[in-house]
Design a protein around this ligand. Sequence first.
Ligand code: TXA
Ligand code: MG
Length: 327
Amino acid sequence: MTERLAADPAGISRGAFLLGSGRLVAFGTETVYGLGADATDADAVAAIFAAKRRPRHNPLIVHVPDAEAAFRETEASPLARRLAEAFWPGPLTLVLPRRRDGRACALAAAGLPTLAVRVPAGVAALALLREPGRPIAAPSANPSGRISPSTAAHVLAGLDGRIAAVLDCGACAIGLESTVLELADDGARLLRPGGVTREAIERVTGPLLPPRQAGSAVNAPGQLASHYAPVLPLRLDAETCAADEALLAFGPVRAAPRLVWNLSPDGDLCEAAARLFAGLRHLDEEGGRLGLSGIAAMPIPGHGVGLAIRDRLGRAAAPRPAAVFAA
Ligand code: TXA
Ligand code: MG
């Protein structure tokens, strides 16, 4: 059985004890819930891949309580230190060269010479990371290919019985994942848009490097086209909503569809990000129950955190392999 822990000192201590014993503990961050395991323990990290049914070539983010702990695992350039200063704790993940004397096991990095590190915001998450005194590997706490969880109930919907515990930290404030930024000798490259906007990053880094060509060597190995998959097909940038479609709305809605989830009636992108994954889950479940044939998503502007929302919707709409449904 999966233990449900309150985010109080007793719950945090229990969670830290379980992590230190090589068990899997999900916990809330400001972005989404992560599925944590001791990053120094290869068996515990292997258990993450098994519980999520995640392909082992897809590396994990190592979570630490402060920048110094991050730079004990990775080689810090001056730019990395400036970014850490500007955005940690917070929704930015840095992909840096992995240190030979780092403690995270090679499996956490899927054997790559780089390692993704992040200092999450959130009082309970930081307290949980401080107690075991070792880095914690934590991908999003969903079965691979499914919608990321932004509440403890979402975690249990996908992983109940497959993990030791979930620390209930309430609903995640940002609601979609961190921005993943790779730092190379020639500059910084965005691997995944997320909670820190591209505009805010470029104020520190200057113009970002162009994305690598599709099909080039390892880029963001986890950036599979199909991800965040609802069961109902998703239609993007929809100007109309058919009678048998649910509507994922943004801004004012004139029609009266049978089923609607408004990401933000006022057109606020931060509110929309926070309500995105819960909305996709709701429309998918209710739409299926009502016998609807799909979800129509209204256009979302591509600036600010809208870039990350559009990225996630694009992945949710992408054709997916049959294996995703088996997960
Ligand atoms: O907000 C978040 O980042 C959440 C919370 C729990 O912190 N975590 C999360 O982890 O979204 P995950 O595993 O679902 O996504 C991590 C992404 C994947 O696309 C993975 O491929 C990429 O980061 N990544 C991790 N290590 C990498 C590396 N060394 N090089 C390139 N990409 C990497
Ligand atoms: Mg994920």
